[in-house]
Design a protein. Structure first.
Length: 493
């Protein structure tokens, strides 16, 4: 079924600092996990905003329509076409991730040190165009075309309107496929004296350019308001929609002011079999948290200082961080090549925040209002696998490790159930998988496992203990043989 789309977007931003590399990257939870996911890059510098919008539109290009409330009449130079690869890079780099570690062997041998601990692979514009069929300043519509451009494969209008019903009819009569019921959503924007950035595809230009998919659109403007209008995007929605906001600013993280911003769960150790189903794991984790938090919430999934003077941008990194050209393409115009690579000046600081929002009319009746915070703390949603060593567990130190492994695996399963709501009863064998290596009481010896005398004849520590015991025993025998017996007189007295 062809989908009609109205995407709306306006202001937002942010980021935070750094710590050391620890684990190996295994997999990421990118936007492919969620249906109907739009992506927005927002760069904020004072009152200046640059917004780049990418949607998950599918279907015939002639059915595409986008209406974005904007505070001013944009000039043609304020509009440019971006590259979807930029979104792919930011998504992959900041997405929740799965990492893994390897436990040290409790019974090391020199040949073990040669083991290879390999990383496990992860599963500008044309000439202006005259719109012959569009009614301008019609008394019936009370709509005015403030500006019109063709940029790339898009025909763009900047409209102002006196009333929402007239704007709705104008858009419909001029071939814009907007959802029914848009009138009530448009009305608050008209009363706020906002303009409307209206887009449809120029099929001739698209064919000439040879573009198969619709490319992202970037807008730049000045406004003291720091918000993102999302209500137009819900006008024809039949289910909650997902939005990923990639925000860049000079100061710190961006958070919502009219809804809560909470950190996505992070740092939990989970069972090894999550590696094969990490996408399903994170989707269920996110959905459970979204419901638990009351749905009217934004989740922080990544925050970091990505300035050129930083050495670490994640722990671990999925790939290279946003580079100078990426930041420029996103609209981060306060960095220069020198400030990005060398300067410590505050004007060169760049903070990157990723927010994940799942919204519908019931949970998000208002547009998103943002604030830049001074919080520069690093953050990322990450989940941890721990691999047992390839060991024979033959030494005396093995038992303590195996008991700890048993308890850790129980905790991993408990974490899995708590995070996702999965039924873990069928995974009980995961806890006991290595219990077979735990040594029981020595048969017929009467000596309890775990005591000083529970020996393994092949263990160096055991051999040393046996030698020490032999020396002590021999010393006692020598002492007994050389001791002089007490005199008879002394015994009589």
């Amino acid at each position: 079924m062809k989908r009609k789309l109205i995407l709306s977007g306006m202001f937002s931003l942010a980021l935070a600092n750094a710590f050391a590399f620890c684990g190996f990257y295994v997999a990421k939870a990118d936007i492919k996990l969620f249906n109907k996911t739009s992506q927005v890059i927002v760069v904020r510098d004072g009152d200046h905003s640059t917004i780049t919008m990418s949607s998950d539109f599918e279907g015939d290009s002639k059915d595409f329509a986008m209406v974005v409330p904007v505070p001013v009449v944009l000039k043609k130079d304020d509009i440019r076409i971006s590259d979807r690869a930029l979104f792919d890079k930011l998504d992959a780099y900041s997405a929740p991730r799965l990492v893994e570690y390897y436990d040290a062997d409790p019974c090391p041998r020199y040949d073990y040190y040669n083991r290879d601990y390999d990383m496990v692979p992860a599963s500008a514009g044309a000439a202006d165009k005259v719109y012959e069929n569009e009614s301008v300043n019609s008394i019936n519509y009370q709509v005015k075309v403030e500006a019109k451009y063709t940029v790339g494969e898009y025909d763009i209008l900047i409209l102002s309107a006196k009333e929402s019903g007239g704007l709705e009819r104008w858009l419909t009569d001029n071939g814009y496929k907007i959802p029914s019921g848009a009138k009530e959503v448009l009305d608050p924007y008209i009363k706020s004296n906002l303009k409307f950035f209206v887009v449809k595809v120029n099929l001739g230009e698209q064919k000439k350019l040879g573009t198969q998919t619709l490319r992202p659109i970037q807008l730049s403007f000045n406004s003291p308001k720091f918000m993102l209008p999302i209500r137009l995007g819900m006008a024809n929605a039949t289910a909650p929609q997902d939005m990923i906001v990639y925000a860049f600013s000079k100061t710190g993280r961006v958070e919502l002011t009219n809804y809560r911003t909470v950190n996505a769960a992070t740092g939990q150790h989970v069972p090894l079999f999550v590696k094969q189903k990490f996408g399903e794991f994170y989707r269920d984790l996110y959905n459970k948290a979204w419901k638990r938090e009351g749905k009217s919430v934004a989740f922080l999934e990544y925050a970091w200082d990505v300035s050129g003077t930083q050495n670490v941008f994640c722990d671990p990194c999925v790939g290279p961080p946003p580079m100078f050209n990426d930041l420029k393409d996103a609209g981060v115009d306060w960095v220069s090549y020198n400030t990005y690579h060398a300067s410590q000046e505050i004007s060169g600081r760049t903070f990157f925040t990723r927010l994940h929002i799942t919204y519908d009319r019931a949970s998000f009746p208002q547009d998103l209002q943002f604030i830049e915070t001074p919080n520069k703390e690093n953050y990322q949603a990450r989940y941890v696998l721990t691999n047992p060593p390839a060991s024979d567990f033959s030494c005396s130190a093995a038992n303590a490790y195996l008991v700890k492994l048993h308890n850790n695996r129980k905790t991993e399963l408990d974490n899995l159930a708590d995070l996702t709501g999965w039924d873990i009863t069928k995974n009980a064998s995961y806890i006991t998988e290595y219990d077979k290596h735990i040594k029981k009481s020595a048969t017929g010896s009467g000596k309890k496992q775990g005591s000083f005398f529970a020996f393994n004849e092949n263990d160096n520590n055991t051999n040393f203990a046996l030698m020490l015991l032999s020396v002590l025993t021999l010393s006692l025998i020598v002492f007994a043989l050389t001791r002089k017996p007490a005199s008879k007189n002394a015994s009589k007295s």
